[in-house]
Design a protein. Structure first.
Length: 151
């Protein structure tokens, strides 16, 4: 009797492959969702970089900080995943407040970032980024979504 060589895959082999692919997808999906949220937060930080440049140019030209957002000369309107970017200049506390749209995460919470002015040296403005609650946000941004420069 001649044995016939097996051709193709058996049903159990195919089921094992499908199960392995399903497990890998289940592990990868949450990591991918975190990556998506971090990229949306980075968009807000990029809008903050535009504001930092405008404020630094104002300081360089006038030897003082702007009094409000409109005099700072940057676009503060909502755009993409950023709800607002504001310049706040109160007694001894100069900062840029970035409020992210509530659509950046699945829990529909609005988060904020703050770019604090640490000081000025020879006309150069030094900044510090923090993930904190802003006046317009609802909660502090979780550290897993915070950009590296704000941790």
């Amino acid at each position: 009797m001649i044995k016939k060589a097996q051709q193709g895959f058996t049903l159990i082999e195919l089921m094992i492959v499908v199960a392995i692919v399903g497990i890998l997808a289940a592990l990868a999906l949450p990591a991918y969702q975190d990556y998506i949220v971090r990229s949306k937060v980075s968009e807000g930080l990029a809008r903050g970089a535009e504001a930092k440049t405008s404020v630094a140019e104002f300081f360089s030209a006038n030897a003082r900080f702007p009094t409000n957002t409109s005099s700072a000369g940057f676009n503060s309107a909502a755009s993409g995943y950023t709800r607002s970017v504001k310049w706040v200049n109160t007694a001894g506390s100069e900062k840029i407040e970035i409020t992210l749209a509530s659509s950046i995460s699945s829990n529909n919470t609005s988060y904020g970032l703050i770019l604090d002015v640490l000081g000025t040296t020879n006309g150069i403005v030094t900044w510090k980024c923090q993930a904190v609650d802003t006046a317009d946000s609802a909660a502090v941004l979780p550290s897993k979504y915070t950009p590296g420069s704000c941790r």
